[in-house]
Design a protein around this ligand. Structure first.
Ligand SMILES: Cc1cc2nc3c(=O)[nH]c(=O)nc-3n(C[C@H](O)[C@H](O)[C@H](O)COP(=O)(O)O)c2cc1C
Length: 391
């Protein structure tokens, strides 16, 4: 296995994890829905946005801190909710809690965590802020208990997942017969493990969840409510009208509806419409899916996002190297962020704006670009850490 210092970017952790993880765990983390077109598009979409950097701006001091739902954070990303942390590392989600504390970012706790909710809350230190991701149970009394417990324990945001009335078909995962322990909330419950981890842990989710339920959530909690998995401008407008505090433009990491558009593309559709109405500050807008570089974060902020969620890269860093891996992944993003903010000509995140990006290619759902034969023939390709170690 390559030493940790050989990982220079978030993709490197994925390359190492693929080699060292247990097959079922790799299948669960890496899989997307159907043909995985959306999963790949999530990352590719960022490659369709180019910069229009400013010059001759004083960028000696760079401050990329911001606030998310009122919490001051060091850098505009959060650890998004990903189920079953112990598949990758026996310590599970508390590793993210510790890394998030060190880098002063927020951790979103998944309903289907391997550690118990209280273990993850207990692992937080001082005034560390955590949010909760909610899969809504058919039994609303159970849901109410979970939500009110989270609020009592000090959670500062309730992210209701709205893109998963049924879990997507993740075939890599389905092919692997799941034999591990499932999520903590279901310990002791009978689950059908014959079709992969996702199917085993998702049977309780309510497909009848609808807009009509939002006032009920608002009546049972004072936590800010954020809808996670919004995918078109009409629904963002409806969310604002419903009085929620935020949305995450997300397709669940390409694990739900294949051919759903990327969060960054939806963001580019949403913000001009909100600006036209003067509504751009009425809620906080986040995106997730395919964020792998600080330039991806910067592109999202230029287009109007308050921040971005990152999922798989931290799972892979944790699975390959434990806490030091997640720590390094977060530090790499901070280093990239400082350099790229400087190069784009902005010393703080409030200076990031739509004039700094060229999004003309974004709505094109093909990736064909002219082939640069001569250039490619002499190009010395980047290699993964595994290959470097062999040299
Ligand atoms: C292994 C895995 C498990 C996930 N589990 C959940 C979950 O339990 N609830 C949820 O709302 N989203 C879940 N997600 C979706 C993430 O919150 C997020 O939308 C997605 O991972 C972002 O894409 P990225 O992995 O490319 O960063 C999961 C994603 C992965 C990869």
């Amino acid at each position: 296995m390559p030493i940790l210092e050989q990982c220079y970017n978030l993709m490197d952790f994925e390359a190492v994890a693929r080699n060292v993880m247990k097959k079922t765990a790799w299948a669960y983390y890496s899989s997307g829905a159907d043909d995985e077109i959306t999963m790949r598009e999530n990352h590719t979409a960022f490659h369709k946005i180019w910069f229009r950097p400013r010059i001759l701006v004083d960028v000696e001091k760079i401050d990329f801190s911001t606030t998310m739902l009122g919490t001051k954070v060091d850098i505009p990303f959060y650890v998004t909710a990903t189920a079953l942390g112990k598949l990758g590392n026996p310590e599970g989600e508390v590793i993210f809690t510790k890394a998030a504390k060190k880098h002063n970012v927020v951790q979103m706790i998944p309903t289907l965590a391997s550690c118990s909710f209280d273990e993850i809350m207990d692992a937080a230190q001082g005034d560390q802020v955590q949010w909760m991701q909610l899969y809504v149970n058919k039994d609303r009394e159970i849901t109410k208990k979970i939500v009110q417990h989270a609020e009592k324990r000090g959670c500062k945001g309730l992210f209701i997942t709205v893109d998963a009335p049924q879990l997507g078909r993740r075939e890599k995962d389905m092919r692997s017969k799941f034999t591990d322990v499932g999520s903590n909330v279901q310990s002791g419950a009978q689950t059908d493990n014959s079709q992969g981890a996702a199917r085993a842990i998702s049977s309780f989710i309510d497909p009848a969840l609808s807009w009509k339920d939002i006032p009920w959530f608002q009546s049972i909690t004072k936590m800010p409510i954020i809808l996670k998995g919004v995918q078109r401008v009409e629904d963002v407008i409806r969310a604002i009208e419903a009085g929620v505090q935020g949305v995450v433009l997300s397709n669940h990491g390409g694990r739900q509806l294949d051919f759903a558009r990327s969060g960054i593309e939806v963001l580019a559709e949403v913000m001009p419409v909100l600006r036209e109405r003067g509504w751009e500050n009425r809620i906080e807008i986040y995106i997730d899916g395919g964020v792998r570089r600080a330039t991806d974060i910067i592109k999202a902020l230029c287009l109007g996002a308050k921040g971005v969620g990152i999922g798989r890269p931290f799972l892979y860093a944790m699975s390959a190297y434990g806490l030091p891996g997640v720590d390094r992944a977060m530090q790499l993003l901070k280093d990239e962020m400082e350099m790229n903010m400087r190069l784009i000509g902005c010393s703080s995140v409030d200076q990031l704006n739509p004039t700094l990006v060229d999004t003309r290619g974004l709505s094109t759902h093909t990736t064909s670009v002219p082939v640069d034969n001569l250039g490619m023939a002499i190009y010395d390709p980047l290699v993964n850490p595994k290959e470097k170690a062999k040299l």
